[in-house]
Design a protein around this ligand. Structure first.
Ligand SMILES: [Zn+2]
Ligand SMILES: [Zn+2]
Length: 381
């Protein structure tokens, strides 16, 4: 029996010796795929270099721009989906396993906002023969609503962060900062690919701000960050909202942030005989500076950030007035900004006697020279 006697099962031609370089046939007991024993003519007749899908659908979220990949939504931060279309078409194209030296390129042709025609060109070498193939895959950008945007639109949330202040309303600045802190926190979570991070609603109310947050854990994280940056404290409470079919109780958490009673830049009188204090910090114990002397003030440990004190005003209420004369080590004369009379007032040590004008605050406690603007937070050692 001669070894040259192999015949193509399709056309019956004898397969010439030497053309068979198919390693798959070498193994003992290997199954013979009919394709492997076809003659070249029959092989190429049914050969497809590229296996391409009829069409590709790229699902994008019309609200947030996320793209559906595999079985989940991914934030890609793209405005233009052509790159995504190229990527998804490339992933969907199959190249014949026998092909060698494969080269290919994909060129998108934008038809309209939602339709791209993808032209793919392939070349490779099969059985020593160079082959090329072109395929065109229509891509449709399908605009949908991702799971997260669906939840936000549906008003879904797990916790509420309430921002209030002790004995006063939060200032516009504090409301803005609290909102920013929440947004920064959520953005940082999104950055890590967490699609469960979102703020469903931010609502300004008379006495503060209410924010609906996607999870309890993130509500807590936001409450912690707001108090770390703006001072004050928070408490939590939970309310049963439902039971699922297994009797599992579902709670909604409320994190109530209470900003400090006094704020930086406020002038208060602790009524301890040493006169008013400009508040410099409400992180931990309230700290400030005495307006009569320039000495440091710090509330006792028990009083923390809320010592008993009368509110006198705010740094932003200060007026600039003329420094008339330096009387002695403890007193200066300034013009009363309302009556323009010369008044003798205490001389704090932060007062620069070389200047002509000084900021003063007039309250029912009298006229006080404030530290120069920008000198609110640092304490002179
Ligand atoms: Zn044949
Ligand atoms: Zn979305």
């Amino acid at each position: 029996m001669s070894r040259s006697g192999e015949f193509c099962p399709r056309c019956g031609d004898e397969i010439p010796e030497g053309t068979d370089e198919r390693p798959e046939l070498a193994g003992a007991g290997g199954q013979r795929n009919s394709e492997h024993v076809l003659c070249d003519a029959c092989y190429f007749e049914e050969f497809d270099l590229v296996d391409a899908p009829d069409t590709i659908q790229v699902r994008v979220c019309s609200r947030c721009g996320a793209v559906h990949k595999g079985n989940r939504w991914v934030d890609i931060g793209a405005e233009d989906y052509t790159d995504i279309a190229v990527e998804q078409v490339s992933e969907a194209l199959g190249i014949h396993v026998d092909a060698q030296s494969v080269a290919w390129q994909v060129a998108p042709e934008q038809l309209d906002k939602n339709n791209i025609r993808m032209h793919a060109e392939f070349s490779g070498v099969i059985r020593g023969t160079p082959v090329t193939e072109e395929v065109t895959v229509p891509v449709r950008i399908s605009r949908q609503t991702c799971k997260r945007c669906g939840k936000i639109a549906g008003g879904s949330f797990a916790s509420i962060v309430q921002v209030r202040a002790d004995g006063r309303d939060p200032t516009d600045d504090e409301r803005e900062r609290a909102e920013e802190i929440a947004e920064e926190y959520i953005a940082a979570r999104e950055e890590t690919g967490d699609r469960n991070a979102f703020i469903t609603e931010t609502k300004s109310v008379d006495d503060g701000l209410d924010m609906k947050i996607s999870t309890n854990q993130m509500g807590l994280g936001i409450a912690k960050r707001i108090t770390a940056q703006l001072g004050g404290s928070y408490s939590d409470s939970r309310r049963l909202i439902s039971e699922d079919e297994d009797g599992q109780e579902l709670y909604r958490m409320t994190y109530a942030v209470r900003l400090p009673r006094y704020r930086q830049g406020e002038v208060i009188d602790p009524e301890d005989g040493d006169g008013p204090v400009l508040v410099r910090s409400v992180q931990g114990n309230l700290k400030g500076v005495r307006l009569a002397t320039g000495e440091d003030y710090e509330a006792s440990f028990e009083d923390g950030e809320t010592p008993d004190a009368r509110r006198l005003g705010f740094r932003e209420d200060a007026q600039t007035t003329t420094l008339v004369a330096v009387e002695d080590a403890n007193a200066v004369q300034v013009l009363d900004p309302e009556t323009f009379e010369s008044k003798t007032v205490p001389r704090p040590d932060y007062l620069d006697t070389d200047t002509d004008e000084v900021p003063v605050l007039k309250s029912h406690a009298g006229l006080h020279v404030l530290p120069a603007e920008g000198d609110d937070t640092e304490t002179d050692e």
